[in-house]
Design a protein around this ligand. Structure first.
Ligand SMILES: *C/C=C(C)/C=C/C=C(C)/C=C/C1=C(C)CCCC1(C)C
Length: 255
């Protein structure tokens, strides 16, 4: 692939900026070769950086209609990359679950992904902002419930039930609510296909999180290895693959 030196410089500057928090603590925090959770944090950090640069640079190739979605998508992976650097530090230096960083990351990136649903529909049809607000409220209920449960502020199973209710509300909106209807009735094939796959990810891919929560807390206290491995795998699918679906739709329409 041929890239201009300007673009290459921008990519280098971006990665240097993203990597700086990790470099600062390199002396005190070492990754052990048998620490699989730590290694997964590290590997996913790199995948998020690489995905961000790819999505951001590819955005320039597409029509304005898709460009906004691609840029928002790269924000999701950039924000996740930075959180993964910090989460790896917490895990490697304390062996504890980085619950606060995890939920701060989700609290920013999940609403951005809900914006994506709105954007890809708004690009092709007249849609109400209500779609965005309802998806946002569903996300907040889901994440606040989960956080209060995991942080020990409310009963772990009450938090789980509140979280499930928020997720159910999101699923209702994208299948049977206004968003689902707009996609089915007025979107062109490329958008309909992207919307369908994004919806599948929010159904099947997102199911990994409550499963991780359920099985990790089943014994009363969390199993930190299980919890972090499951959440990490889920993030790769639900962030990188989610944006890759939008990229594929944009790429198809551009070709
Ligand atoms: C990039 C991060 C994403 C897409 C995170 C998604 C998180 C969830 C879908 C979490 C869902 C939960 C429930 C449905 C119930 C139990 C509590 C949660 C927060 C783990």
């Amino acid at each position: 692939m041929k890239i201009s030196s300007g673009k290459a410089l921008m990519a280098l500057a971006t990665s240097a900026l993203l990597l700086s928090p990790t470099v600062a603590s390199a002396e005190t925090v070492m990754l052990a070769p048998n620490d699989f959770v730590g290694i997964s944090f590290w590997t996913i950090s790199m995948a998020m950086v690489a995905a961000s640069i790819f999505f951001l640079m590819e955005a320039g190739r597409f029509s304005t209609k898709w460009r906004t979605s691609m840029v928002v998508g790269s924000l999701v992976t950039i924000i996740a990359a930075v959180h993964y650097f910090y989460m790896r530090d917490v895990w490697v230096s304390t062996g504890e679950t980085p619950t606060v960083y995890r939920y701060v990351d989700w609290l920013i990136t999940v609403p951005l992904q809900m914006v994506e649903f709105y954007f890809i529909l708004a690009a092709v049809a007249a849609v109400s902002a209500g779609i965005f607000w309802r998806l946002l409220i569903g996300s907040l209920v889901m994440l606040v419930g989960g956080y209060l449960g995991e942080a020990g502020m409310i009963n772990i199973w009450l938090g789980f039930v509140i979280g499930m209710a928020g997720w159910a509300y999101i699923l209702y909106e994208i299948f049977a609510g206004e968003a689902g209807k707009v996609s089915a009735e007025s979107a062109p094939e490329s958008v309909k296909a992207a919307f369908g796959t994004m919806r599948l990810i929010v159904t099947v891919g997102w199911a990994i999180y409550p499963l991780g929560y359920f099985f990790s807390y089943l014994g009363g206290a969390a199993d930190p290895v299980m919890l972090n491995v499951i959440y990490n795998v889920a993030d790769v699918i639900n962030k990188i693959a989610f944006v890759a679906v939008i990229w594929a739709a944009a790429n198809k329409e551009t070709a």
